[in-house]
Design a protein around this ligand. Sequence first.
Ligand SMILES: [Zn+2]
Length: 298
Amino acid sequence: MEKAPPLINAMTVDVEDYFQVSAFERYISRDEWDKLPGRVERNTDRILELFAERGVSATFFTLGWVAERYPELIRRIVDAKHELACHGYSHVRVTQQTPKAFHSDATRAKDLLENIGGVEVKGYRAASYSIGASNLWALDVLEDIGFLYSSSIYPVRHDLYGMPEAPRFAFRPCKPDGLLEIPVSTWQLADTKLPCGGGGYFRLLPYTFSKWALMRVNQRDRQPCVFYFHPWEIDPDQPRQSGISVKTRFRHYLNLSRMKDRLSRLLQDFHWGTMESIFLSSASGRLSTPTLERSGKT
Ligand SMILES: [Zn+2]
C-alpha cells in the first residue's frame, strides 16, 4: 500500500523574555521589566539561526511589549519569511482581564506588530493558555478585533490552565465560518488528554517520549502537531530569580541546557511550517464546529 505523505506540523515560538513568564508575576512587577537585562533579542536571533539552518518556517507569537522595544527583531522575523502573530501586549492572563481590558490589550498588540512588521497579524495566543471554560467570551473578542485564529486553549488538566473538555484539534468555537481555535498538541490515553506540544513537559520528559507522542498524533490521528517553546528556554545562562517556590524553580529552569540539542533533533525528525500555512489555507472545509459549554460567557 502506498504510504501517506508526511504531515507538516506547526512550529511556534512565544516571544517573551525570561522575566515575563506568568509564574514570575508575583515576584517581578511589570514596572521593573525595563530595568532588567533583556535577553529576548539575542535568544530569538539564535532561534532564527537554528530555523535557517534547518530550513524551517515558524509562527512567532510575539508580545507587543517586546515588539515596541526591539522593532528590528520583528523585521528580521518577517524578512526570514516566518509568520508574525500576537501574544498580547503585556502578558496578562485573560482570566485576570475584563472583556474591555482584553480587547484593548489585544488590539494594541496587533496594531503595534502590524505597523512594525508591515504584515497582517492573523493569529493570537493568550498568555499561559488562559482562555478556557470560564472566559470563552475572549474568543468572540478576538474575532471581533479581526484575528482569524487563536491558539489559546490547552485541552488538558493542569493547575494553572487548561480546558480538558475542549477538542484536541482545530475547531471553530464561535460560528461555522468564524475564528479557528487551534490547540497545542496532546495525545490521548484512554479518556485523558495528555500534553506533548512543548513547554515544561518537553524539557522534563526524555526526547524519545516526546517524539513518540508527536508521531502518534501524525500517524494515528492523522493530524498536524502544534508545538511551542520560548526564547528563554534555550538560554541556560539567564539570571536566576530568587525567592520563587520550589515548583516554579523546577518548572522554569529544568533541563534548559538540553533544550537546544532537543530542538535540533525535533526540527530534523518532523516536517515543520507556520500555523497560517497549515491551518488557514486548506482546512476550512473539513473542520468540526463542536458546541462548547459557555459557562463563563458575559
Ligand atoms: Zn507567554
